[in-house]
Design a protein around this ligand. Structure first.
Ligand code: F6P
Length: 342
């Protein structure tokens, strides 16, 4: 059998571990070949390939990023390119395609699957917002990095009796903010799922200082927004999937807080540091298990499926279900976090 593999969307720690697992499972258990497409769907559309054998994946387990390269490709381009992608796959004799990616990549994978291409999807994103899987690899690494950074901010905030706001990634889902906030003992966590009330945020800051607390740490997901009509945010336009974006939420909230409370506020935007570098051991294991199970599913003919973590086991779920909606933070998880803030 010949398996095609590509990594699409934003990179994340663990992608190389998956590629390694696919290649090693294909070669060692099935004597199959693996062909990589460069830069996600773009490489498939433009017929840019690289053969992947055991030697090519040597040393990849611990390396961040993706050796295949990645890209974000507009959905319209993919819609229009289905026939072309099918042609390239047929030309290379690819029997099953394993796309590794987030919402956009898996939606495109579903499209190809509906068009008759045998596909087994692997979910990845630091945001952890893919539905039907308990977790995606990359998330644990991102949370660990964010937690370490926030731990560091506590001591400097304390020394200066300041409010320190940390902006973490998460455009549509606040999982990173929620977990890093809980892990680092943040006093305030703002997520996209629940618009924040600027007056309530000011009250929290004022009350903490009034009772003698030394500092305030607030974790703000980049997709957090204020309650409508309470505070303006800079419009960041619309992303490739048609979702509205705002930019610099933590910085703008910080300026507003400083103005309203008279407290010194500093803002740190963690940005892409959350996506770079070595995956945690948890992510290496999850990525490896996903790669192994996807390759087995490809050989056993379970196409149109996505591998998913359910409890402690790796299952297969219909891709159609996985891409139907994003997995966002639930009210009960928000309530848990709220119990530990303030
Ligand atoms: O989806 C992963 C992610 O890191 C989001 O958290 C973030 O909003 C986005 O990608 C950033 O994308 P880019 O790297 O294209 O700026």
């Amino acid at each position: 059998m010949r398996i095609g593999v590509l990594t699409g969307g934003g990179d994340c720690p663990g992608l190389n571990a998956v590629i390694r697992a696919v290649v090693r499972t294909a070669a060692n258990h099935y004597d199959s070949e693996v062909l990589g497409f460069r830069d996600g769907w773009r490489g498939l559309l433009e017929d840019r390939t690289t053969p992947l054998d055991i030697a090519a994946v040597d040393g990849l387990l611990t390396r961040g990023g993706t050796t295949l390269g990645s890209a974000r490709v507009a959905p319209q381009l993919l819609d229009a390119g289905v026939a072309q992608m099918k042609g390239v796959l047929a030309e290379h004799g690819v029997d099953v395609l394993i796309p590794i990616g987030g919402e956009g990549t898996l939606t495109a994978a579903h499209l190809l699957s509906q068009a008759g291409v045998p596909v087994v999807g692997i979910p990845k994103t630091i945001d952890n917002d893919i539905d039907e899987t308990d977790l995606t690899f990359g998330f644990d690494t991102a949370v660990s990095i964010a937690t370490e950074m926030i731990d560091r901010l506590h001591t400097t905030a304390e020394s200066h009796q300041r409010v320190l706001l940390v902006e973490v990634m998460g455009r549509h889902a606040g999982w990173i903010a929620l977990h890093a906030g809980l892990a680092s003992g943040a006093h305030l966590t703002l997520v996209p799922e629940e618009p924040f009330d600027i007056e309530q945020v000011c009250r929290l800051v004022t009350e903490r200082f009034a009772r003698g607390d030394s500092h305030v740490i607030g974790v703000v997901a980049e997709g957090a927004t204020p309650l409508p009509g309470t505070m303006g945010l800079r419009d960041g336009g619309v992303d490739e999937y048609g979702h509205r974006r705002f930019t610099g939420v933590a910085q703008q909230l910080g300026a507003e807080l400083e103005r309203r409370t008279g407290k010194e506020v500093r803002t740190t935007v963690l940005g892409h540091v959350q996506r770079g570098g070595t995956p945690t051991s948890f992510d290496r294991v999850l990525a490896t298990r996903f790669g192994l199970h996807a390759t087995v599913a490809a050989h056993e003919g379970h196409h149109g499926q996505m591998v998913a973590l359910r409890g402690t086991e790796i299952d297969l779920v219909p891709m159609e279900k996985a891409v139907a909606r994003l997995k966002t933070v639930t009210p009960s998880r928000l309530a848990e976090t709220a119990a530990f803030t303030g």
